[in-house]
Design a protein around this ligand. Structure first.
Ligand code: HEM
Length: 384
């Protein structure tokens, strides 16, 4: 048996293959890809917590990804620790809470623009634009530039072969935009994250311009498509679970628990890779130093050993230590923000369109080995 992560995420239901891997080949060597796949919860968790043995480096990002700037996610200690210390405070809960009003009002105006009687693509009208609006708001990018910024970000995020602008052009445009912005923010700091990174509080490391640009462009990649996919997966799962949807309409307080289950059962980042820095043995398999090892979050998050009745969508599951946001030194910096975005969108969507319909026969899943979500979600609001 060989394993091809690309084929896995391309199919409608990759989970039987994940189940087979987890139960019968928990550490699987795919000769074709020269990749080890680890799929049991405890093993994936142990890998995430041992960053010395399982290094990030360029192993973390999809093959073919190009970055010309230092990026948090592809670095290891001690440089990763330095970068993370520098950006950590800028992502403090107080800054994130201050975004709640923006997230709600943006969601409301995106929903206002939807004709409830007509079919619309919810990806284009809501799940895609909202996370980009949030990141540009964090960066303090003016409203007048947001559209252009978002279209170049789209080129980077949804890199499509032969498309113009290309992902590379999009990235360079974003770098140039951010670089041009820095001297102004240096001279006249505002309330935004860029100004805070340029003027760190005492004791917080100072980043250079390349590092600031690298971090801001990482936010665009790590903070947008992931959240878009989290939202799309939630909407689709609620289509499949009408009884849960009815409950959430009546009892919005249950939404956060449901979101954890959406993230566990349909993890937007189904897996990531690391590179071994020494020879290791896992589940009786010898993995040599320098090997690429793939952590299959999507398989681990359905492991019965960690989640009783793992296939069941149970919003009251507690604890729910899923790995959708990773764990350890690279734990998602935007987890709190992503959860807030998902909560506010679901609150607003269910309040306005409790009877919405999405059409599973025509929705289009992303064809990607790095992301699980939708690129087209035919939606009809059907107001009550
Ligand atoms: C549902 C939405 C999201 C999911 C599923 C998700 C998932 C992840 C995962 C799995 C990692 C870990 C990478 C690793 O272990 O190597 C990560 C890292 C990261 N995420 Fe998220 N993310 C989401 C939303 C966001 C948002 C909204 C932001 C910010 C605007 C963000 C910013 C980051 C950053 C900066 C890192 C790198 C952290 C580091 O390497 O130290 N993410 N995310």
């Amino acid at each position: 048996m060989d394993f091809d992560p690309q084929a896995l995420s391309a199919v409608d239901d990759p989970y039987p293959v994940f189940d087979e891997l987890r139960e019968n080949h928990p550490v699987f060597h795919s000769a074709g890809r020269d990749l080890w796949v680890v799929s049991r919860y405890e093993d994936v968790r142990a890998m995430l917590l041992d960053a010395e043995t399982y290094a990030s480096g360029m192993g973390t990002v999809p093959t073919g990804f190009v970055s010309h700037k230092p990026m948090l996610i592809t670095q290891d200690a001690p440089y990763h620790t330095h970068l993370r210390d520098a950006v950590h405070k800028a992502f403090a809960p107080s800054r994130m809470r201050a975004l709640n009003g923006f997230i709600r009002s943006t969601t409301q105006s995106l929903l206002d623009a939807i004709d409830p009687e007509a079919e619309t693509d919810l990806f284009g009208t809501l799940t895609d634009p909202l996370p980009v609006a949030v990141v540009t708001e964090i960066l303090g990018i003016g409203f007048e530039d947001r559209k252009e910024f978002s279209s170049y970000a789209g080129a980077v995020i949804h890199a499509v072969e032969g498309q113009s602008p290309t992902a590379e052009e999009g990235m360079l445009w974003i770098y140039a935009y951010l670089e041009k912005m820095l001297p102004d923010r240096e001279a006249e700091p505002g309330n935004d994250l860029v100004s805070e990174l340029l003027h760190p509080a005492p004791g917080v490391p100072q980043l250079d311009h390349d590092e600031v640009v690298g971090f801001c462009s990482l936010l665009l990649m790590a903070g947008t498509e992931t959240t878009t996919n989290g939202l799309g997966n939630a909407v689709a799962l609620l289509e499949r679970h009408p009884e849960l949807r009815r409950r959430l309409v009546k009892e919005p307080k249950a939404i956060p628990g449901a979101i954890e289950e959406f993230l566990r059962l349909e993890s937007p980042v189904p897996g990531l890779s690391r590179v071994t820095t020494r020879d290791v043995e896992l589940q009786g398999q010898a993995i040599p130093k320098g090997s690429r090892v793939h952590m299959a979050f999507a398989a681990a998050n359905r492991d019965e050993r960690a989640f009783p009745d793992a296939q069941l969508l149970d919003p009251s599951r507690s604890p729910n230590p899923h790995l959708a946001f990773s764990l350890g030194v690279h734990f998602c910096l935007g987890a709190r923000l992503a959860r807030t975005e998902m909560r506010i969108v679901l609150e607003e969507l269910l309040a306005r369109f409790p009877e919405y319909e999405v059409i599973p026969e025509r929705w289009v899943r992303l064809q990607s080995d790095a992301a699980r979500g939708f690129s087209f979600l035919p939606f009809i609001g059907r107001p009550g």
